[in-house]
Design a protein around this ligand. Structure first.
Ligand code: GLV
Length: 335
């Protein structure tokens, strides 16, 4: 850890919503970088020995070369995901990482359903139509879309957010199927199925791809899931299918998706995340059969406040050299 005795307790790369900053300020010394840092600035700050714990955002990239030089005790990520941090390298350097699990489950599932309905019912096109003064009265064939009731929702993954999405979809009268660890599989016990026993179907990834009317992605980004939805998968989907991604952009090959949407291989897509955020693949923004959101899955006032609280609580425990309440790599503190 180096000599951190005189270091500032918290380096905050981007200010947290309330009550995050006040909790940090009450617990120690705080430096706020402003509104984000370049990778070089972040690497320099981490290597300087001037900060004990970094309070970070998903756009702050902690790769192995940064972590190998870093003289920090911990990284408290303001997110449930942590694919911006090389966890193996963090652990090797005894840097504890924390995240904010649990609190954004329902909000993100709401956005998955919102995207599904918005694409199916052409909500964004319809809104633009009204605002453009084109609405001249009810018409039998105006802006016809797709049903969701009676249709099949396929969930790639069966974690917290997938389950919350399943709960909502069942209430809409959808058939819900899932593959817990695509492209492979794993056992799901009756205990794990819990409230969903007898209500949702566990099927293989190829079956899920072929049978889903709506395919919603709910897996973490890792080497197994990068480009999980590629051109081959898109080709194997129904031409009427709609893809929803509220997880991580690189799980979908975005260029292949644009080609599939342009060519009618699938019918539509609702995206909250992008492969190279905040940039979009060429052609995506021009497609009328997409609804595109700016990574707002957890963006409600109460959820962001609770994330900020958890993020601050993690950071405070890290500064004290104690186990944070939501550790990603608890083994980093072993010994
Ligand atoms: C948002 O994407 C998160 O991981 O919290």
């Amino acid at each position: 850890m180096g000599d951190l005795v005189t270091a500032t307790d918290f380096l905050v790369t981007t200010p947290l919503p309330d009550p995050g900053m006040s909790l940090l300020e009450a617990a120690g010394t705080v430096t706020v970088a402003g509104n984000g840092m370049s990778h070089a600035e972040l690497a320099e700050a981490c290597a300087s020995g001037n900060y004990k714990v970094v309070v970070a955002q998903l756009r702050d990239e902690f790769d192995a070369s940064l972590l190998d030089r870093a003289k920090i005790a911990g990284i408290s990520n303001f997110a449930v995901g942590y694919n911006n941090i090389d966890i193996t390298a963090a652990t090797a350097n005894s840097i504890i990482v924390g995240n904010t699990p649990g609190v954004l489950t329902d909000a993100t599932a709401d956005i998955a359903i919102l995207l599904m309905l918005a694409v199916a019912r052409r909500c964004v096109e319809a809104d633009a139509f009204v605002r453009a003064g084109k609405f001249h009265g009810w018409e039998p064939e105006l802006l016809l879309g797709h049903d969701v009731s009676g249709k099949t929702l396929g969930l790639a993954g069966f974690g917290r957010i997938a389950r919350a999405t399943a709960r909502r979809a069942l209430a809409f009268g959808m058939t819900v199927v899932f593959c817990p660890r695509p492209p492979g599989d794993r056992e799901v016990s009756d205990e794990e199925l819990g409230e969903f026993a007898g209500k949702v179907g566990h099927i293989s990834w190829p079956e899920l791809i072929a049978t889903s009317d709506y395919l919603s992605v709910h897996v973490p980004l890792n080497d197994q899931t990068r480009h999980l939805v590629d051109a081959d998968v898109l080709n194997a989907m129904k031409p009427s299918a709609i893809l929803i991604n509220t997880a991580r952009g690189p799980i979908v090959d975005e260029r292949a998706l644009v080609a599939a949407l342009q060519g009618g291989t699938i019918a539509g897509a609702g995206l909250d995340v992008y492969e190279d955020e905040p940039r979009l693949a060429p052609g995506l923004a021009e497609l009328p059969n997409t609804v595109l959101l700016p990574h707002v899955g957890s963006a409600t006032v109460p959820v962001r406040a609770e994330m900020a609280r958890r993020c601050a609580e993690n950071a405070i425990m890290m500064v004290r050299g104690e186990m944070p309440p939501y550790p990603v790599n608890p083994e980093a503190l072993a010994g």
